[in-house]
Design a protein. Structure first.
Length: 217
């Protein structure tokens, strides 16, 4: 189905992630979709050595395949006592078959008896157009790993990531609270702050007659 509105595709099937991004980009006259709104497309192999490489692989591939500007993030948890692990492997830590809760349990088991609980969530956003060029935004949030999960909101490692200024884990924050302080929230706020310029950039790289060319911005 062809949209009459400009379409931005979030290169994920994670509805929690899509909801966070949609909230932070609300107010612009565009339609935000994710991969669940389309038929099957091949999976991108996230074999990059950095968050930047993986984010660009996902955004550029999605933009080329679907023909829309695509926004992808690659993010993960870097734990000081584990030399930055799980890092770029955060979503696959322990194997593809594990659930979020399983990964949290595995990470806490790895941290058993360790006094250094410092950790940081890192995020790189890549916004690509079908012809290949992309814009990049980054965000980081530092905190501590808990001894046990707490909270029922969010996803991933949120229940075991404690953010000291709030006195809560990510999973104990509302989505609005998390968006203000999270690694992804910071990167998206930077993107939102200059989104009028981003619209012009997209227009320059999209073919004539595309709905982005009609968008006021």
């Amino acid at each position: 189905m062809v949209s009459k509105k400009p379409v931005l595709v979030i290169a994920t099937r994670n509805r929690g992630k899509t909801a966070e991004i949609r909230d932070l980009l609300q107010g612009f006259p565009m339609e935000v979709r994710d991969l669940s709104d389309f038929g099957p497309i091949p999976e991108v192999e996230e074999d990059g050595q950095t968050f930047d490489e993986n984010a660009y692989k996902k955004s550029s591939f999605t933009a080329r395949v679907l023909g829309y500007p695509a926004l992808a993030d690659d993010s993960g948890l870097a734990v000081a006592a584990l030399n930055g692990a799980p890092g770029v492997l955060s979503a696959r830590f322990g194997g593809e078959a594990l659930s979020d809760a399983d990964r949290c349990r595995k990470l806490l088991a790895e941290m058993k008896g360790r006094s250094d609980r410092r950790a940081a969530f890192e995020c790189v956003l890549s916004l690509a157009v079908p012809s290949g060029p992309a814009l990049t935004y980054e965000g980081r949030c530092e905190g501590l790993l808990t001894e046990a999960p707490a909270g029922a909101n969010g996803f991933g490692y949120d229940p075991i990531f404690f953010y000291p200024p709030a006195g809560k884990t990510y999973a104990q924050l509302t989505r609005e609270e998390k968006n203000r302080i999270s690694h992804r929230g910071k990167a998206l706020q930077e993107l939102r702050a200059e989104f009028e310029k981003v619209i012009l950039w997209i227009r320059r790289h999209m073919p004539p007659g595309n709905p982005w060319n009609w968008m006021n911005g």
